[in-house]
Ligand binder design. Structure first.
Ligand code: CA
Length: 487
């Protein structure tokens, strides 16, 4: 009897280990899911005390570690390029945003995190917003290390119509995709589909950059009504906040679907989930000053959460200074990838800082380097230790995180040294690709992003984009013409 019990227990253990080995994949590396928010305000999600209902993000935050000094760049493309290459935008050609109607993209000799993880045995998928070049094939995700692609190449699409102005921007595996629905919901659904279909003998790297809560401010009606009722009771808030809360709530619901799918597939326990925001929100980001497009803390200091039960401590705050470039070596390290590459890496592997209390080795963060007038990374800015040079001002971030007191006059030597350092870095800049309007490079009309897709558009596309209601810009133009005519 006892022996039978022991045998059945051993069998059970073997089975458990087998299941575990399967969940871990053949390489033993965890799945890595990186979820990115777009233009989220620091103080909007529940885990930062905000009124938007974000139970799923709150669950990740309380079950994982939160980085309290995690820095990005002040707008979309520079942050995304830094994340995927481990290198600052002044090196990878993405100081200037990839604009909507634009042929330029991230320099093609850069190695991406997706390439590194694929080399290490991962299946790599991007589900969401790319924004590192939306025209030439060489810039698109499937040429930059991703086995699977879904979502938009650029930015600013309508959440329902998937168009920026009258340019369509929704694709699966680099084919133009007609799909009804709200993009935030669709991204969560697509992730679920990919996870359900995936054989986890191979670990999964899924990069899931939502276009929420970036403009245009479009939210599902039921959520909008809910938050309009809420902001009516909150002095100083109005429709802007109601829409942003509603869009964030919708994103959180999609994240809930993602977590549920990983759980149902039995792989959540062996999945490292990273959540961060690409730049500060457009309005205010208290307790920090400023927001999107600025190098004040409100523009570049964003929430970052890591969640992997049993491997990343729960309910922990990690205060060491980090920059988004650090995720590249950190995630490659966890995934068993190589850091052997010709281009030098700015990132530092922060795994022991996040999980084992090791002090952060990062002493410098570079936000914006002088000498490139079209850079979208904002006024020159660099931080070294506690001090941050921001344009003509100097702040002690440790003592004055809200950047209220300019101490440049009191510390001319620090001010000079930081300027000098920025000039040194400027001499290391790599020249980006030339930004040119796509329409100037083609004879046929621009209907959809992706050069090959536009050359062979599906039959439904032209009537679809022509049938859309007038855009804000078109209405503006019509109004201007009217004014001209009446003169
Ligand atoms: Ca953004």
């Amino acid at each position: 009897m006892i022996r039978a019990k022991v045998v059945s227990m051993l069998l059970f253990l073997a089975l458990l280990m087998g299941v575990n080995a399967m969940a871990q994949g053949a390489t033993g590396a965890p799945n890595i899911v990186v979820i990115l928010a777009d233009d989220m305000h620091w103080h909007h999600p529940g885990f930062n005390g905000g009124p938007a209902e974000t139970p799923n993000l709150d669950r990740l935050a309380s079950g994982g570690s939160s980085l309290t000094q995690f820095y990005v760049h002040s707008v979309c493309s520079p942050t995304r390029a830094a994340f995927l290459t481990g290198r600052y935008p002044f090196r990878n050609g993405m100081e200037e945003r990839s604009h909507g109607n634009d042929v330029a993209g991230m320099l093609t000799d850069e190695r991406t995190l997706a390439e590194g993880l694929r080399e290490a045995g991962y299946y790599t998928a991007i589900i969401g917003k790319w924004h590192l070049g939306n025209w030439h094939k060489r810039h698109l995700p499937m040429q930059r290390g991703f086995d699977y692609q879904y979502g938009l190449y650029g930015a600013l699409i309508g959440y329902w119509d998937k168009c920026r102005e009258r340019y369509y921007d929704w694709h699966r595996n680099e084919q133009t995709l007609r799909e009804e629905g709200y993009s935030t919901t669709l991204i969560g659904q697509e992730f679920a589909k990919v996870v359900k279909a995936h054989d986890f003998k191979k670990p999964l790297f899924a990069y899931v950059p939502f276009n929420a809560v970036h403009g245009p401010d479009e939210a599902p009606v039921d959520l909008l009504e809910k938050y309009r009722a809420l902001v009516a009771k909150r002095p100083g808030e109005g429709d802007f906040e109601a829409k942003k809360y509603a869009m964030l709530d919708a994103m959180d619901q999609s994240i809930g679907k993602m977590l549920g799918t990983l759980e149902a597939k039995g792989v959540l326990e062996n999945t490292l989930i990273v959540f961060f925001n690409d730049n500060g929100g457009r309005k205010s980001n208290p307790p920090y000053r400023g927001g999107k497009g600025e190098n004040t803390e409100g523009g570049v200091r964003v929430p970052c959460i890591l969640h992997w039960p049993g491997n990343v401590p729960a309910k922990q705050k990690v205060d060491g200074m980090m920059h988004v470039v650090d995720l590249y070596p950190t995630l490659l390290g966890i995934g068993g990838g190589s850091l052997d590459q010709s281009l030098p890496i700015d990132g530092i592997d922060m795994w022991d800082t996040i999980t084992a209390g090791k002090p952060s080795e990062r002493s410098e963060v570079v936000y914006s380097v002088p000498g490139w007038e079209k850079a979208d990374t904002g006024p020159i800015a660099i931080r070294k230790g506690d001090y941050k040079l921001l344009g003509e001002a100097l702040f002690n971030i440790e003592q004055d995180p809200s950047e209220e007191t300019d101490i440049a006059g009191a510390h001319p030597e620090i001010y000079q040294a930081l300027h000098q350092r920025l000039l040194e870095l400027a001499s290391e800049r790599r020249i980006p690709e030339t930004h040119t309007n796509i329409s100037k490079t083609i004879d046929e009309p621009l209907l959809v992003f992706g050069e090959e897709e536009n050359a062979n558009p599906p039959p439904w596309l032209e009537p679809y984009v022509k049938g859309l209601p007038p855009t804000k810009r078109e209405l503006q133009r019509a109004q201007n013409r009217k004014k001209q005519d009446s003169k």
